[in-house]
Design a protein around this ligand. Structure first.
Ligand code: PLP
Length: 403
């Protein structure tokens, strides 16, 4: 332990945009994490849906070590083998023909929104720029992505926003119809809204929005940054709905903990782009892509994908036991291991209290807005780890209920 590196230091040296827990994790293995004092935590948060294979998966370590001895970075002036391999895997397993790599979910979405506008203005009209997005959606923290995101708390206070973006209620087809027109270049949505409270799109809604997009020559963009890469039990969530987007963004679990993101699209849409229109220095970094390739192969296996639903059932069974004792949860939301427990009205606005109590009881959980507890654990978390975490969560819930 480095005695001069303390939690207090955070409050002095880091831009105060986060309020992290009071302990500092220093080591992780599977779904267990240890802090500076050697205290053990069970991880139901998974680094916000990133650590889909838990901490320090041996195959990811090996992939990273092997690549680290070969080539770290070459920029986009040169291509590299891991990036091409990962692009091929993504294409072979999805609707897509083309991939753009970046480093975060926000950057993948930034690329997606720019591409949607570029495609529409090049192909149809300079006025075809309207983006239809949804209340409570979240697409990242760049200025374009907070503007498309449907949460004022993230987008306001930074001066004039990018124009021609309109927000309507999620799952409300009439609301989409009311604003859809020939000037619309894209409809952007998360099939399961992550940060916004674990709201799942209905199949009917996605199917109808797809048809509307076709009618008005608008692109359908799915942000699967949080709900993609196995999290809901299929490689991507659109595959469960049977509704194919024109552009899809992926990040978080794509690198299993190593920062990487991707934007996927079709040949036709990609064909409007040419060198210089968009780019990033680190996108397709060999280290990130080497880890991404290994993570992809593990996650995209029948065992891991089928295990997601089983684990969801085990999670819900435990949560129900807790609920029978304390009556804190009203319903369960989300899909697969993007699982939300919506709090009873008397606990609304208190999700953060549950998080803090959970951290004190040595289990890491998340919230999704003020009224929903969110669980995004490793997709391969063991039953023992779930059991241990739930015993701790039960104590945390008791604390909040009795406070
Ligand atoms: N899109 C969705 C659906 C997300 O959940 C997130 C992050 O939580 C983002 C985009 C932004 O990703 P990043 O924080 O990697 O920029």
């Amino acid at each position: 332990m480095q005695s001069n590196v303390t939690r207090e230091l955070f409050d002095k040296v880091i831009l105060p945009v986060y309020a992290p827990a009071q302990f500092i994790p220093v080591k992780g293995s599977g779904s267990r994490v240890w802090d500076q004092n050697g205290e053990e935590y069970i991880d139901f948060a998974g680094g916000i849906a990133v650590n889909a294979l838990g901490h320090c998966h041996p195959r990811l370590i090996k992939a990273l070590q092997q690549q680290s001895e070969k080539l770290w970075h070459v920029s986009n002036v040169f291509t590299n083998e891991p990036a091409l391999s990962l692009a091929k895997k993504l294409i072979d397993n999805t609707f897509a023909d083309r991939v753009f790599f970046a480093n975060s979910g926000a950057e993948a979405n930034e690329a997606a929104f720019k591409l949607a506008r570029y495609y529409a203005t090049q192909k149809y009209s300079p006025y075809k720029t309207k983006i239809i997005a949804f209340n409570q959606s979240f697409h990242g923290r760049t200025f374009f992505t907070v503007s498309v995101g449907g949460q004022a708390k993230y987008s306001d206070g930074f001066g004039p926003k990018p124009a021609d973006i309109i927000h309507v209620p999620f799952n409300d087809l009439d609301a989409v119809k009311a604003v859809m027109d020939d000037h619309t270049c894209a409809v952007v949505l998360e099939p399961v809204q992550g940060e916004g409270g674990l709201n799942s799109a209905t199949t009917e809604f996605l199917t109808s929005v797809r048809a509307l997009c076709d009618e008005y020559k608008a692109l359908l963009v799915f942000d699967e940054v949080q709900c993609g890469m196995g999290r809901t039990g299929s490689l991507y969530t659109y595959q469960q709905y049977g509704v194919i987007p024109d552009i899809l963004t992926s990040a978080k679990a794509l690198g299993g903990g190593f920062p990487i993101s991707a934007m996927l699209t079709t040949e036709d849409i990609a064909s409007v782009m040419h060198p210089g229109v968009h780019g990033t220095t680190y996108g397709g970094n060999p280290l990130a892509c080497a880890v991404g390739c290994e993570a992809f192969d593990i996650i995209n296996s029948p065992e891991v994908l089928a295990g997601v639903e089983k684990r969801r059932a085990i999670f819900i069974e435990h949560l129900e036991n807790i609920n029978q004792q304390f009556n804190v949860f009203r319903e369960y939301r989300g899909k697969g291991l993007l699982l939300g427990a919506y709090l009873q009205p008397e606990y609304h606005s208190k999700a953060r209290d549950f998080l803090n109590a959970a951290a004190e009881c040595k289990v890491m959980i998340l919230n999704a807005g003020p009224d929903v507890l969110r669980f995004t654990p490793s997709l391969i978390i063991s039953e023992n780890e779930i059991q241990a975490g739930m015993e701790r969560l039960s104590k945390a819930v008791e604390k909040v209920v009795n406070s």
